[in-house]
Design a protein around this ligand. Structure first.
Ligand code: ATP
Length: 363
């Protein structure tokens, strides 16, 4: 069993506050992904869990033991780095054996563990090679193998796929997922790639400026982002935003801007009512906008001027101007549209989001 608990975790570098009061309960066997833009403090958080960075304030527990002062070697964790950190002069087998030798494992036990890990990763035929004789994907497997042979309580991953080309990255992502299903070891994974976060994480932790913005299952973050930052960070293409004013007329709440008036569905209207007259940010994802049909209520339709048409084969992305806002819409790939066309679009009202203009928290 291995739970990792962070309590009011802080890191300051010479006065720069990089990680701020991070609280997190990582459950046994859970795969948790820390995600956020460059500089948000995710790597520093991971390095504190690893023991590679001292904690300024707060507590890290692995199961019931506080490990703040425990050296990395004694934390029973294995870390996989972005640059693989393989010893160039050692063979693959020797790289995998290294950590075990340091820990004084018997030769037979080391051999057995290397064979098992190599089998899991499909690298049996590479054991005698040197790292320079391997492709990027193979090196990444060896780095994983070196972590697996340790049979640790916790795996820590620091952007392990970021040096691979796009196709290989997708393949390795699937392999990592399978690996986690097979080994079921508590894992903490750092990435700036929200697709990686969404596909790998049992839960995802979104960070910005050293602060946790939201923790949740991928679909919870996608469907119920806690604030505008999470809403814009999770999902590709990104959620559309428009500055609006919340108004009530004839008992109906609507979000209004020049050339745009969208009536709010009942649940959202009920929450928005307390903000009547206030400025807010309306959010709608590209996939929740479509070309209006007779079935769409007029209060959920609007006119858009097409600026750019991106044909992706599976869908068309339209960059459109809607009043003062720019909206991206994902529409049927068969539709014939050209730049400068005018189009009547409709949105799915139950998929609307509203954020307070000042705090940017979800309304
Ligand atoms: P990236 O994806 O670019 O690695 P990150 O979210 O992992 O970003 P961190 O590496 O954790 O971010 O860094 C968080 C902040 O702390 C950054 O502003 C960084 O410049 C700063 N920082 C990190 N390490 C040090 C250090 N040793 N000394 C001073 N500042 C540091």
């Amino acid at each position: 069993m291995a739970e990792v608990t962070l309590r009011k975790l802080n890191k300051r570098f010479d006065g720069f506050h990089a990680v701020k009061d991070v609280d997190l309960d990582i459950r046994d066997r859970e795969f948790v992904v820390l995600v956020g833009p460059s500089g948000c403090g995710k790597t520093t958080t991971l390095r504190m869990i690893a023991g590679l960075e001292a904690v300024s304030d707060g507590e890290i527990r692995i199961d019931d033991s506080v490990v703040n002062e425990v050296p990395p070697m004694d934390r029973d964790i294995a870390m996989v780095f972005q640059n693989y950190a393989l010893y160039p002069h050692m063979s693959v087998a020797a790289n995998m054996a290294f950590g075990l030798k340091m820990r004084k494992f018997e030769r037979s036990e080391i051999d057995q563990r290397i064979r098992r890990a190599a089998g899991i990763l499909g690298i049996e035929s590479l054991l005698d090679r040197k790292p320079r004789q391997l492709s990027g994907g193979q090196r990444q497997r060896v780095a994983l193998g070196r972590a697996i042979v340790r049979d640790p309580k916790v795996f820590l991953f620091d952007e392990p796929l970021s040096n691979l080309d796009a196709k290989l990255r997708v393949q390795m992502r699937v392999e990592l997922k399978k690996l986690h299903e097979r080994l079921a070891v508590t894992s903490v994974y750092v990435t700036h790639d929200q697709v990686e976060a969404m596909t790998l994480g049992d839960r995802v932790v979104v960070m910005k400026d050293g602060v946790v913005q939201q923790v949740g299952e991928p679909l919870t973050l996608y469907n119920n982002p806690a604030n505008r930052f999470v809403a814009g960070f999770i999902g590709s293409p990104a959620m559309n935003f428009a500055d609006v004013t919340l108004r009530e007329s004839n008992g109906r709440m609507a979000a209004e801007a020049d050339g745009l008036r969208i009536e709010l569905p009942p649940e959202l209207a009920a929450r928005a009512r307390a903000h009547t007259g206030a400025k807010a940010i309306l959010g709608i994802r590209p996939e929740n906008i479509h070309v209006a049909t007779a079935g769409d209520a007029p209060e959920h339709c609007f006119d858009a001027g097409i600026e750019v048409v991106e044909q992706l084969g599976s869908e068309i992305l339209l960059d459109t101007r809607v009043g003062p806002a720019l909206f991206v819409a994902s529409i049927e790939p068969t539709l014939q549209v050209r730049p400068h066309d005018k189009l009547r679009l409709a949105l799915r009202p139950e998929r609307l989001h509203l954020f307070d203009a000042q705090s940017e928290q979800a309304i």
